[in-house]
Design a protein around this ligand. Structure first.
Ligand code: URP
Ligand code: ZN
Ligand code: ZN
Length: 494
């Protein structure tokens, strides 16, 4: 009789801290032993010459979600998770998105109904909060956090989603008392809409003006404001999809001041530029996302942020809208003004391989940093670690097995999502996840999906240690309890 259900033999095992040669023995979908010369497995995988990493955790992706302008993403939970699996990702954390007037509890039920029978890999949910009514902040949110939805995204822009500063403070305050993590889409709405109106009035409606309207200063201002509001409440926050030097500097400075401000960036800010939005005709729409890709100098800055720890998470922000499709980018026609084009780019499948090739392969980051950025840190921040995001005894056997020498030219025809384009078409990279396992089962192999819809399980997120407040009060008054410290009037209580 075999000792293990599965043994992955002779691989170079890589975690966020170590790189070492070992066998991995799996029993009942979990890692049972890591060691040399393990006993036999019912199934054996020879990983000689391969790098074995924890499966990717893509903690920012939009799946079966209607955009703020009412356009449905191309991918459902099956096509999205199939695509993620083929790119070495084993857990996704998409959003259950509340629009105004909706009950959060009902929103969560609706997203579960979409995911349950379709997801091929494991999944959790963040909540998007656009309507922080008393019912939501006082009852629904605390109850949902206890049920395993321990993170939520808020927006400072988009008419249908944006919160004002007072509402942001209220949400941050709930996060502080319940120990949830707030993700912030930080762009100044009035700057963007004012610039947009001026551009459209002057007849500048093509996709390239999207990048100009979403100015780096708008991103910087909202990032700085979000950090200030979180500092006032003394609650950790995570700034998502950072595109440019200006916003990144705010995060770097906040970290240097000891604040628990986490940062996320995405492939589009390393591999695309605003010039892509200026392609002939309407093609620039393929590259429109918010914040938009910037320029080469900003790409270099974002790489530095990844290498030096300003960014904790590298996610896809996969928000796929097909190009040549009346339900996608062309919903309002082939020449729609940029304001009416759905925002978002796909990236679930190529996220990790792009970073592996251009980051590890080109010496910008090392292998443990790669694992931390694509898997471990997200699992930690969102309360899934150590079940997810690492290779350790007791963890789920979620693994990506990499051929570091495999050369791939990215083409939409090899990608397993429901899109009709990839923004990375024609890009040549080196290194590819040739096999992906979820809880010890092979779900992708040799560029083919071999898993099944419905095999993915819902993951309840725990309270993450990353959400612990610092205990630094900036005024001698606690808004959560109403308690004021006697005899103190200053604004520097620490
Ligand atoms: O352009 C983007 N990023 N679309 C998806 C929605 C969001 O803001 O994350
Ligand atoms: Zn966003
Ligand atoms: Zn997003």
């Amino acid at each position: 009789m075999a000792d293990y259900d599965l043994v992955v033999r002779n691989g170079t095992v890589t975690t966020a801290s170590d790189v070492f040669g070992a066998d991995i023995g799996v029993i009942d979908g979990r890692i049972a032993t890591i060691g040399a010369k393990l006993g036999s497995g019912r199934r054996e995988i020879n990983a000689e010459g391969r790098i074995v990493t924890p499966g990717g955790v893509d903690s920012h992706c939009h799946i079966e979600q209607r955009s703020s302008m009412g356009v449905m993403t191309a991918d459902d939970f099956f096509t999205a998770t199939r695509s993620a699996a083929c790119g070495g990702t084993t857990t996704v954390i998409p959003f259950a998105a509340q629009y105004r007037g909706m009950s959060l509890r009902q929103v969560v039920k609706d997203y579960h109904a979409c995911a349950e029978s379709k997801a091929a890999i494991d999944y959790a949910f963040h909540l998007i909060i656009s309507d922080p009514s008393e019912q939501v902040t006082g009852q629904e949110l605390p109850a949902l956090i206890k049920d395993g939805y321990t993170s939520f995204k808020i927006y400072t822009t988009y008419d249908a989603l944006k919160l004002d500063d007072r509402q942001i403070l209220e949400v941050l305050s709930v996060a502080r008392s319940e120990r949830a993590l707030v993700m912030v889409h930080a762009e100044n709405h009035d700057v963007i809409s004012w610039l947009t109106d001026k551009m459209l009035a002057a007849g500048h409606a093509s996709p390239r003006f999207h990048a100009m309207a979403h100015a780096p200063i708008a991103e910087r201002e909202a990032t700085s404001r979000a950090i200030s509001l979180a500092e006032l409440v003394d609650v950790p926050i995570l700034i998502v999809h950072v595109s440019a030097r200006e916003a990144m500097e705010q995060i770097r400075q906040a970290k240097a001041r000891g604040l628990k401000v986490y940062g996320e960036t995405c492939p589009q800010y390393l591999f695309l530029t605003a010039n892509d939005l200026d392609r002939p005709g309407f093609e620039g729409a393929k590259f429109m996302c918010s914040p938009p890709p910037r320029d080469k100098a900003n790409q270099d800055v974002i790489w530095q942020g990844l290498a030096t720890g300003v960014f904790d998470v590298f996610s896809s922000d996969h928000a796929g809208y097909r190009y040549d499709d009346p339900e996608g980018k062309m919903k309002h026609g082939r020449n729609a003004p940029f304001k009416k084009v759905a925002n978002g780019v796909p990236g679930l499948e190529v996220r990790t391989a792009l970073l592996f090739s251009e980051g590890v392969g080109k010496g910008r980051i090392d292998l443990p940093q790669f694992v931390a950025l694509t898997s471990t840190n997200a699992a930690k921040l969102y309360g899934l670690h150590p079940r997810k995001g690492t290779i350790a005894v007791g963890s789920d056997a979620d693994l990506a097995i990499w051929d570091p020498e495999k050369e791939v030219t990215i083409q939409q025809s090899m990608i397993h999502d429901a899109m009709d384009y990839t923004p990375y078409e024609g890009k040549s990279i080196k290194g590819w996840p040739v096999m992906t396992l979820v809880r010890g089962e092979v779900v992708a192999e040799g560029g083919e999906f071999v898993g099944a819809a419905g095999r993915g399980r819902f993951l309840k997120c725990n309270i993450s240690p990353a959400t612990a407040p610092l205990g630094r009060r900036t005024i001698p008054f606690d808004p959560a309890t109403g308690v004021a410290e006697p005899g103190r009037h200053g604004d520097h209580a620490h």
